[in-house]
Design a protein around this ligand. Structure first.
Ligand code: CAA
Length: 241
């Protein structure tokens, strides 16, 4: 049996492309989703990839869901913490709810996703952790104090885990996508996208989910064992860090 990979938010957008890429590379993939049953069922029908429903912001739900995945598919060797949300607003309009929802999902959700699989990876002396951060965690973004803070925090998680896991054969790396053509972009007003964002991307276009999935598949591979604590940026030359 192949290695098992868990992808949170793995039935839509960037996560969908990651799930498919890992399956193509021979992984047994479990994809989680939070709410869209219809899309998840269509995804499973099209790909044969099992989906599991839980809210990554909930530790107990994550731990129980992960235990179910391991009972079904075997120990998880690769975990891709991809699930994320935006609640964009200029800071003076940002509510405590906007802040909390994003922190609970994008930052605490990453803890909740990795923490239950970490002991098994340590025991088996193998693991690949990949966290989907963001260009906006690297550079900050007007309207995204909450999101940028969580995505910067995700880099702190990865860099710390890399040091803790290295001797146990576990790597932890981040991918920082730039602006990618997914449903998440639909929350951005069209005028802002065309007049402000696109002119800032030297590639002159949004990225495609598959272009992020290739980065993840590489980091998840056996051959990437000495790449640990790194950040791969895929942003069409919009930002260098
Ligand atoms: N830079 C500078 N000024 C900006 C700006 C920007 N990027 N965006 C808006 N402004 C200005 C507006 O022009 C406006 O100025 P005036 O008052 O002088 O006209 C002012 O800020 C405030 O605008 P509004 O009161 O209209 O603000 P709003 O409440 O309608 O919404 C916003 C503002 C939510 C930030 C909206 O502009 C927006 O959605 N921007 C996009 C934010 C963004 O890039 N999000 C990334 C989403 S994709 C993602 O997150 C994935 C990833 O990892 C990359």
């Amino acid at each position: 049996m192949g290695r098992v990979a868990l992808v949170t938010g793995g039935s839509r957008g960037i996560g969908e492309a990651i799930s498919k890429a890992l399956k193509a590379d021979g992984f047994e993939v479990a994809a989680t989703y939070a709410g869209n049953d219809e899309k998840a069922a269509a995804f499973t029908a099209a790909t044969g990839i099992k989906t599991y429903k839980w809210n990554v912001a909930d530790y107990e739900a994550s731990a129980a869901g992960i235990a179910q995945v391991e009972a079904d598919l075997g120990p998880i060797d690769v975990v891709v913490a991809n699930a994320g949300i935006t609640r964009d607003a200029p800071f003076h309009k940002m509510s405590p709810e906007h802040w909390k929802e994003v922190v609970d999902t994008n930052l605490t959700g990453v803890f909740n996703t990795i923490h239950p699989v970490w002991p098994g990876m340590r025991e088996r002396k193998f693991g690949r952790v990949v966290v989907i951060s963001s260009i906006n965690g690297q550079k900050g973004q007007f309207g995204q104090v909450n999101y940028a803070a969580t995505k910067a925090g995700d880099l702190g998680i990865v860099r710390s885990l890399a040091q803790e896991g290295a001797r146990a054969g576990i790597t932890a790396n981040a991918v920082c996508p730039g602006y990618i053509d997914t449903d998440m972009m639909k929350a951005v007003p069209e005028k802002v996208l065309n007049d402000v964002i696109l002119p800032q991307i030297p590639a002159g276009r949004l990225g495609q989910p598959e272009e992020i999935a290739r980065c993840v598949a590489f980091l998840a591979s056996e051959e990437a064992g000495f790449i640990n604590g790194s950040t791969i940026s895929a942003n069409g030359a919009q930002f260098f860090s």
